[in-house]
Design a protein around this ligand. Structure first.
Ligand code: AMP
Length: 282
């Protein structure tokens, strides 16, 4: 497995593997890799001939009071996991290699990025789209793999790729969960034992939403209310939002749809968690 820190080295490595219709797959990550990340690598390994994982804690997507400094960094273990997953190349740039002095270009969407997560984390998605655009330009992948765990993010990347005519196929992989339902996340390691117990409420709220949907009697808004009621008052849990919205636009639903998505964000202790579940009404 090749490990490269320079964009130019990645570019030439990829070029030498781009022959005879070989497919290049990219899995962008911020490291502190877990089984959820590995599921993306496995999908890329199944579908592509040359698999690249990027590991970069992107300062541009963290707000001033967010956890950039204490975001977990476990590079040696991450490289081992990539090797075990059969990854061909790991790109581990330093910040100075991604954003040289004087850099002033950003990629920014006008609407999807301003909703839900965007309301609570202003500028977050501009950081995401800018770094993903750079990763696409450096690696020129045929396919790029993202997790449904970050539902709004994968929607935004799809929009960006379509709007800017990028020839890359976006693959969204299912959420990988712990045994008790908690969605795997690099940030889960910051949960105290008490926080860890409280964090189960996110999955319980999403499961409630799914059960109510299947029962068929409640509207999307009523289901969102029930999720909010369930989460209210749980010790140490402060929800930012719990909504049921349109799968593509993230807008509130006017009529009973065929499909919708339930999205939750909550602070559990000092850690902010997000999770979601697709709901099928008919
Ligand atoms: P991150 O390192 O948090 O930026 O995540 C890198 C990629 O892994 C993103 O596309 C995430 O959506 C995806 N991912 C993170 N956690 C999970 C999970 N539990 N299941 C599936 N994909 C995940």
């Amino acid at each position: 497995m090749q490990v490269e820190a320079l964009p130019s080295s990645v570019r030439s490595a990829v070029q030498s593997h781009r022959y005879g219709g070989r497919r290049i797959g990219l899995v962008p990550t911020m490291g502190a890799l877990h089984v959820g990340h590995v599921s993306l690598m496995d999908a890329a390994r199944r579908e592509c001939d040359f698999v690249i994982v990027s590991i970069f804690v992107n300062p541009l997507q963290f707000g001033p009071n967010e956890d950039f400094e204490c975001y977990p960094r476990t590079l040696e273990r991450d490289l081992q996991k990539c090797e075990n997953a059969g990854v061909d190349l790991v790109f581990t740039p330093a910040t100075s290699q991604m954003y040289g002095s004087g850099a002033e270009s950003i990629v920014s969407l006008t609407s999807l990025t301003r909703k839900l997560e965007g309301r609570h984390r202003p500028d977050h998605f501009d950081g995401v789209t800018t770094v993903v655009a750079k990763l696409f330009n450096i690696t020129v992948p045929d396919k790029a793999y993202f997790g449904q765990k970050d539902y709004q993010q994968q929607l935004i990347i799809r929009r960006m790729v379509s709007d800017l005519d990028w020839g890359v196929e976006i693959v969204t992989c299912p959420i990988v969960r712990e045994d008790d339902g908690l969605a795997m996340s690099s940030r889960n390691r910051h949960l105290s034992p008490a926080d860890r117990a409280s964090s189960q409420i996110l999955f319980r709220a999403l499961s409630l939403a799914q059960n109510l949907t299947q029962a068929g009697s409640e509207s999307p808004d009523a289901i969102a209310d029930r999720m909010q009621q369930l989460m209210a008052g749980v010790q140490g849990v402060e929800p930012d939002y719990a909504v049921v919205v349109d799968c593509d636009t993230l807008e509130p639903l006017v009529e009973q749809p065929e499909r919708a998505v339930a999205l939750i964000a909550a602070r559990v202790g000092k850690t902010r968690l997000i999770d979601n579940q697709i709901l099928r009404f008919r």
